[in-house]
Ligand binder design. Structure first.
Ligand SMILES: *[C@@H]1O[C@H](CO)[C@@H](O)[C@H](O)[C@H]1NC(C)=O
Ligand SMILES: *[C@@H]1O[C@H](CO)[C@@H](O)[C@H](O)[C@H]1NC(C)=O
Ligand SMILES: *[C@@H]1O[C@H](CO)[C@@H](O)[C@H](O)[C@H]1NC(C)=O
Ligand SMILES: *[C@@H]1O[C@H](CO)[C@@H](O)[C@H](O)[C@H]1NC(C)=O
Ligand SMILES: *[C@@H]1O[C@H](CO)[C@@H](O)[C@H](O)[C@H]1NC(C)=O
Ligand SMILES: *[C@@H]1O[C@H](CO)[C@@H](O)[C@H](O)[C@H]1NC(C)=O
Ligand SMILES: *[C@@H]1O[C@H](CO)[C@@H](O)[C@H](O)[C@H]1NC(C)=O
Ligand SMILES: *[C@@H]1O[C@H](CO)[C@@H](O)[C@H](O)[C@H]1NC(C)=O
Ligand SMILES: *[C@@H]1O[C@H](CO)[C@@H](O)[C@H](O)[C@H]1NC(C)=O
Ligand SMILES: *[C@@H]1O[C@H](CO)[C@@H](O)[C@H](O)[C@H]1NC(C)=O
Length: 715
């Protein structure tokens, strides 16, 4: 991740930049009508104002841009006012108004004054903002008289205001002390809303002749935007003498009466995502007009269709982009992880091996983790078929409705991945009707997943021991013999008939699955080990299931095929007795079925531990025969046990005889011995009576051929 992070981060930053740009674009939608100039010089001209025909809402919002002035000036319709800022937020417009001044020399001669007292005459829909402006008078012998008239419909009532300032010197004057009421050097007072015109007259108390007034600076009076003038006793007079103008805020409105009326009109000016605000002198009076505002969360021009846009839209875009980036990074991370797992789990090796073996690729599929997640409904609990030390088996449904069993190992195969791969390759080559077929695998997950064919009827263990309502096992002796014979055949095949012998290592009732026809399917090769052809023994950690574990293997740690034979002997004993391999419910001496079983035979009391139902089926002779076979499988010394092939053929023979009892007549024990062909075989044919139900030489010989042929066909 760290190695590949840099280009990703660059990509991320550029994406965020794009997102922010997109977001800020959203925050600054066009302010003018389409096709109209949006600016005059640096001033934005927002609709309802506009430059040129058809660009403004009403004639009063007609703006002329004087391009020949430097900088270009935006003149209101009547040409008397130069707009310096037009704000839609509260329907305001800023312009610069002249300052009234009055200066005298020591003789009391007027040395300079605004020729006519400054006045302002506004046309509708403009009025002087009372909220945003103050009347200020500056001087030491100053009275400013403000006379204004309200706008229609407020009866054009008159409004008069005075502001006075008297001082002998400015030493006691304080910075910014121009508060409401009279003060030293400066006077400030508020204004009402809704005035359409005013005159401002400066006067003096002393008539500028009083000798007391040694100190007599000029008097100034003006209306100014709040916060745009601060009184500094040492500097303000000087500044005011240079300045001719100060900013003033005007209100404008759509003059169709209040919102209630306007909303009924077809030319109602507030567009989508905006609201109407009454324009009144104060809350007690009837509105003279209205202006529009974008709704909270929106920004832009409420007078334009689609002018108000969600500020949050930009954030939404940003959010979406961030989520997308996060998702993309996560995807990359997962892909990297999958690749890592694939490598660690030996997926590459398997691919190579499969390619080398040729032709097997189509039968052993490499599944993607998505496929298997989908098949198991994301490994949902309800899909669990079984759990154990090896891991968990899930039931899955592939897109073509094939049922599969998916085995999720508990331990990552990382440490021994080449062995794992070899096992997968070997298992993929097994095509035996009594071995659960490996359909494919998946290496993209942390632990490799194996996909097997799904066997419908559960395990032999369930059929033998997990009987609900205390019912006895429903498996007849015939079925049990069939299962034993098929299992033995499968193990014999694994031991001898594959190119590299495989030792199952965990033969037990829970690993023998049954399909709907009670066909046995050997499963779970998780612990299995293959033995290279030039070796007959493999030293390995003891692994297996208690009760089935070969005692010799436990002692020597040396694994041979005979370990499976021992375990199979335990399974045979289970089939005969319907007793579990290990049960702590039994007395201590009887806990191990293998021990109990062998000692019962030796004590000549086998019949007591056999399943009564099996005995009742009336095959006591054959039961004894199978019991003896089990006994020799359970021999402590591996060398003395028969091979799986011998066991399989013995059982197959018994099955055939059980089906066709009339063939018993042909049986001779010597021939069986010859057929089994093992130097050890003699030792397990104990007593002629016990083997008297086997078949003839010729039949065995042909059967052996057939079996070998079928193994060969399967590969
Ligand atoms: C207009 O804006 C530019 C750049 O922001 C600035 O340099 C210029 O002084 C401005 N002109 C006026 C008249 O405000
Ligand atoms: C807008 O103002 C300009 C310049 O003052 C003027 O020529 C034009 O006729 C005005 N338009 C209207 C519709 O009054
Ligand atoms: C435009 O500006 C120039 C230069 O300031 C001025 O001479 C002229 O009178 C102005 N025109 C209008 C219509 O105000
Ligand atoms: C214009 O008015 C708006 C709103 O009152 C204000 O935020 C902005 O700073 C003003 N622009 C200038 C150039 O004074
Ligand atoms: C101004 O002062 C001069 C003397 O400095 C005086 O002669 C004159 O009458 C005064 N009045 C006016 C109105 O100029
Ligand atoms: C008044 O304001 C001016 C300008 O900011 C500053 O230089 C001066 O020190 C201030 N005087 C007092 C008394 O605050
Ligand atoms: C203000 O308006 C009133 C009423 O229309 C008018 O009588 C008065 O002369 C105007 N004052 C100025 C200075 O224009
Ligand atoms: C104004 O200036 C005088 C000297 O010019 C100085 O003594 C005084 O402290 C200043 N006052 C303020 C408020 O800055
Ligand atoms: C506007 O004023 C009218 C009349 O006073 C009132 O009925 C209406 O509710 C007000 N509308 C808004 C949006 O304030
Ligand atoms: C079970 O046997 C029936 C009848 O022979 C056969 O049609 C069916 O395919 C068998 N089922 C399986 C899973 O082999």
């Amino acid at each position: 991740m760290a190695l590949h992070g840099r280009p990703l981060i660059m990509q991320l930053i550029s994406l965020v930049m794009v997102a922010i740009e997109a977001a800020s674009d959203q925050a600054l939608p066009p302010q003018a009508l389409p096709g109209c100039p949006g600016r005059c010089g640096n001033l934005t001209i927002p609709y309802p104002f506009g430059i040129g025909d058809g660009c403004y809402l009403r004639q009063r919002f007609n703006i002329t841009c004087n391009e020949s002035a430097h900088p270009p000036t935006a003149l209101l319709a009547d040409g008397s006012i130069i707009a310096t800022n037009i704000s839609l937020d509260e329907g305001e417009l800023q312009f610069w108004n002249t300052i009234a001044h009055d200066c005298y020399d020591k003789q009391g001669n007027q040395t300079g004054s605004t020729s006519n007292s400054p006045s302002l005459q506004l046309n509708p829909p403009f009025t002087i903002s009372g909220t945003k402006n103050n009347l200020i008078a500056v001087g030491c012998d100053t009275s400013a008289i403000f006379k204004g008239n309200f706008q229609y419909p407020y009866d054009e009532a008159r409004y008069i205001l005075t502001c006075m300032s008297i001082c002998y010197n400015l030493d006691s004057a304080v910075n910014g002390s121009c508060s409401f009421g009279s003060s030293i050097g400066c006077c400030q007072t508020g204004l009402p809303n809704g005035l359409k015109n005013f005159t401002l007259t400066l006067g003096s108390f002393s008539e500028y002749k009083d000798v007391i007034w040694n100190f007599k600076p000029c008097s100034y009076a003006f209306i100014v935007e709040e916060g745009e003038f601060t009184f500094f006793p040492n500097t303000s007079f000087q500044e005011l003498s240079k300045n001719q103008q100060l900013p003033v805020i005007l209100n404008w409105e759509i003059q169709d009466g209040g919102c209630a009326e306007a909303q009924k009109r077809h030319d109602y000016a507030c567009k989508a995502n905006s609201r109407c605000v009454n324009r009144t002198i104060d809350i007690r009076t009837e509105p003279s007009g209205y202006y529009c505002q974008c709704l909270p969360g929106f920004e832009g021009n409420p007078y334009l269709p689609d002018g108000c846009r969600g500020v949050s839209l930009g954030f939404l875009v940003l959010l979406v982009v961030i989520i997308w980036i996060h998702w993309e990074m996560n995807k990359r991370r997962i892909i990297k992880l999958k690749e890592k797992h694939f490598k660690e789990n030996g997926g590459l090796m398997l691919q190579q091996q499969l390619a080398r073996h040729g032709g097997r690729v189509d039968t052993t599929r490499i599944f993607t983790s998505e496929e298997l997640e989908k098949a198991t409904n994301n490994y949902h609990e309800s899909r669990i078929l079984g759990e154990g030390g090896y891991g968990t088996v899930y039931k899955g449904t592939l897109p073509d409705n094939t049922m599969v069993a998916i085995k999720k190992s508990k331990v990552a195969a990382r440490t021994q991945h080449d062995q794992f791969v070899n096992e997968v390759i070997l298992l993929s080559q097994i095509n035996h009707r009594n071995v659960v077929r490996l359909l494919g695998c998946c290496f993209e997950t942390e632990v490799p997943l194996l996909v097997y064919e799904y066997i419908t009827h559960g395990t032999l263990f369930e059929h033998l021991f997990n009987n609900k309502n205390g019912k006895r096992s429903s498996l007849s002796w015939e079925l049990r013999l069939k299962i034993a014979s098929e299992t033995a055949g499968a193990l014999a095949y694994l031991h001898s008939s594959t190119s590299t012998p495989i030792i199952h290592r965990d033969v037990k009732a829970t690993n023998i699955l049954l399909d709907e026809n009670y066909t046995a399917k050997e499963s779970d090769f998780g612990a299995s080990r293959f033995i290279p052809l030039d070796q007959t023994q493999v030293a390995t950690l003891v692994q297996g299931t208690m009760g089935y574990l070969d005692p010799e293997y436990m002692q020597s740690n040396t694994l041979t095929e005979k370990s499976d034979v021992y375990s199979f002997g335990v399974v045979l004993a289970e089939l005969l007795t319907s007793k579990v391999a290990v049960s702590f419910a039994r007395p201590e001496s009887e806990r191990s079925l293998a021990y109990l079983f062998v000692s019962s035979i030796e004590k000549q009391c086998l019949i007591q531990i056999l399943d009564a139902d099996m005995v009742n089926e009336g095959n006591v002779e054959m039961l004894e025969q199978v019991a003896n076979l089990a006994k020799i499988c359970l021999r402590v010394k591996g060398k003395e046990r028969p091979t799986m092939k011998e066991v399989a053929m013995e059982l197959e023979g018994m099955r055939t005889t059980a089906k066709h009892p009339w063939k018993n007549a042909d049986f001779y024990p010597e021939e069986t011995e010859y057929l089994l062909g093992s130097p050890n075989s003699k030792s397990y044919i104990e007593g002629k009576g016990e083997v008297s139900s086997s078949g003839s030489v010729s039949r065995y010989a042909s059967m052996q051929n057939e079996m070998l042929k079928s193994y060969d066909d399967g590969r």
